[in-house]
Ligand binder design. Structure first.
Ligand code: AMP
Ligand code: MG
Length: 312
């Protein structure tokens, strides 16, 4: 019997999540996919910094006043974020919120922020301003104005949760993605050994610059083509180096490969900032992590993907 392949999509976290499930029973596959997408939407409502009624917004508003008890899922995510912050020497930092807001304001004004504006925002940025109490599951900030932005990691978490939901339903083969920026491949594609996932050419979005084969692994891509903006004719990326307060430069697209989507999502953001050499160093000591980076070049003809670690 030919396996059924079903595609189900839903809008969440500002993008189009899609689940491609393979199996024998179409009705069961549909139920599994919808259940998984319900979970994605639940996480969106909980973790969005844009929704005023989200649990994260409550934390951002009150965690400087008193420790706030949070849902175990959110607490675990913040612990993962803290771990990756440390491992990437502060390149990945969910407390980047005040800098994101600063750059958004000046983007609207059509001019660059002054160094004073940047320093003011930067004084509120850093995981050292966040205390996580593992016993009480509380979050607190050491000063007002600290703001957590999960935009670089929440889609990964949602993909992992969706995959877990599919597994609970007994699904054996699936591809789950968040607008293709984070993809998880469960097991193998019906007629192949692994799922083959393309990486977008950062200058010609309809083309691929590379293809990676994955199975029970996640691949995330952070590209300069997503949400970058122009001030005075210069393009600035939506990914900000928290240590300088300036948008990251030098990389056009960074992809990260790892066992969990929550990690690949955060790491693609970090690798975009870290560049080729630091990413190589990171992957050297972590055999399960890989990267595909596309460094900026003067002449487009020289553009190429650099495969690192597990992606080689
Ligand atoms: P992504 O497209 O997954 O790389 O995530 C980019 C989003 O993460 C941005 O739109 C910001 O909301 C947030 N962000 C920007 N810079 C950083 C950073 N250095 N660390 C963590 N999150 C960031
Ligand atoms: Mg990311």
């Amino acid at each position: 019997m030919k396996p059924v392949v079903l595609r189900v999509s839903r809008e969440a976290m500002g993008t189009q999540f899609q689940i491609i499930v393979c199996g024998d029973n179409e009705r069961e596959l549909e139920r599994a996919a919808n259940d998984a997408l319900d979970e994605v939407q639940r996480l969106d409502r909980q973790m969005s910094a844009y929704r005023r009624d989200s649990e994260l917004s409550f934390v951002n508003t009150h965690a400087a006043e008193r420790p706030i008890t949070v849902d175990p899922n959110l607490f675990r995510l913040l612990e993962s974020a803290a771990r990756i912050w440390e491992a990437t020497e502060g390149a990945f930092d969910v407390t980047v919120g005040p800098l994101v807001d600063c750059w958004r304001t000046f983007r609207t004004l059509g001019r660059l922020p002054s160094q004073t504006d940047i320093e003011r925002a930067r004084a509120l940025v850093g995981m050292s301003h966040v205390q996580l109490d593992a016993r009480r599951k509380t979050v607190s900030f050491d000063r007002p104005g600290v703001k957590i932005d999960l935009g670089g990691i929440a889609k990964g978490l949602a993909v992992d949760h969706a995959v877990e939901a599919l597994c609970t339903w007994g699904v054996k083969s699936a591809l789950v993605h968040a607008g293709w920026s984070t993809v998880y491949a469960l097991n193998r594609a019906p007629d192949a050994t692994e799922w083959r996932v393309g990486i977008r050419h950062p200058c010609h979005l309809e083309q691929r610059i590379d293809v990676v084969s994955i199975s029970d692994e996640a691949l995330s891509t952070s590209g300069n083509y997503e949400r970058s903006f122009h001030i005075g004719g210069v393009a600035y990326s939506h990914i900000i180096d928290p240590r300088t307060g300036w948008p990251a430069r030098g990389i056009l697209s960074a992809s990260a490969l790892s066992a969990a989507a929550v990690d690949s999502d955060a790491l693609s953001t970090a690798f975009f900032i870290m560049g080729v050499e630091k990413t190589k160093k990171y992957c050297d000591t972590r055999p399960n992590v890989g990267a595909v980076l596309v460094p900026a070049v003067d002449d487009e003809a020289d553009l190429k993907a650099v495969r690192i670690g597990r992606a080689q």
